[in-house]
Design a protein. Sequence first.
Length: 248
Amino acid sequence: MHPNTAWAPGLAHLAALLADTTRARICLALLDGRAWTAGELARAAGVAPSTASDHLSRLVEGGLLAQERQGRHRYLRLADASVAQLVEDLAARLSAPPAPDRSLRTARAGAALAYARTCYDHLAGRLGVLMHDALLDRGLLDRSAGLALTPAGTRWCAELGLPVAPLRATRRPLLRDCLDWTERRPHLSGALGAALCAHLFDLGWLTRGAGRAVRLTPSGTPALAAALGLDPADLAPPADADTGGGRA
């Protein structure tokens, strides 16, 4: 028996956790990075609370979700960033899902998610891919020997008010490509991707829209364009993106 086959039972068990539509819906909903109550996840998955409870217990026992209790409520979230990346990577390998109800509200919400959203704790969608590509084009990132931050990139982060040294000290990889499920090209994850996303919110350049959707603020558009060496028009969302409505 090949030594690698020793992983087979564990891999099969992990795959079985996601081989269920209800559990897959729960994990996809939690990609927004928040902790949800069991009741909220039941509604998001379209199942009864008792049904959701069994699925949630299996996901917690399997290490995909973490939970904490506060009073009568049980809050659940993805266990860590690696689980979020696993779910996003799997979603990116799928063909486009069947077209949902194409009401104007639904279409706008979908366009908003495709333009810019959070993927757990980092920026995804067209805006995330644009930022990833701009950092490469400016020589701030380099992939000649695996994705790496260049000295110019370290200086760029410092000028933005984001020191890199503390990020290198964490156990999380500094940089990772995360395949974007709408753009089918990578956006930036890892410790730097997460810190950069949080920093853009702190600067007031990004604000949250509906659900996972985010949008650039009026001041954030020219500021981020200048930081990335882009024309502000390059960062414009599609005309039909509604980033201020209900949950996407």
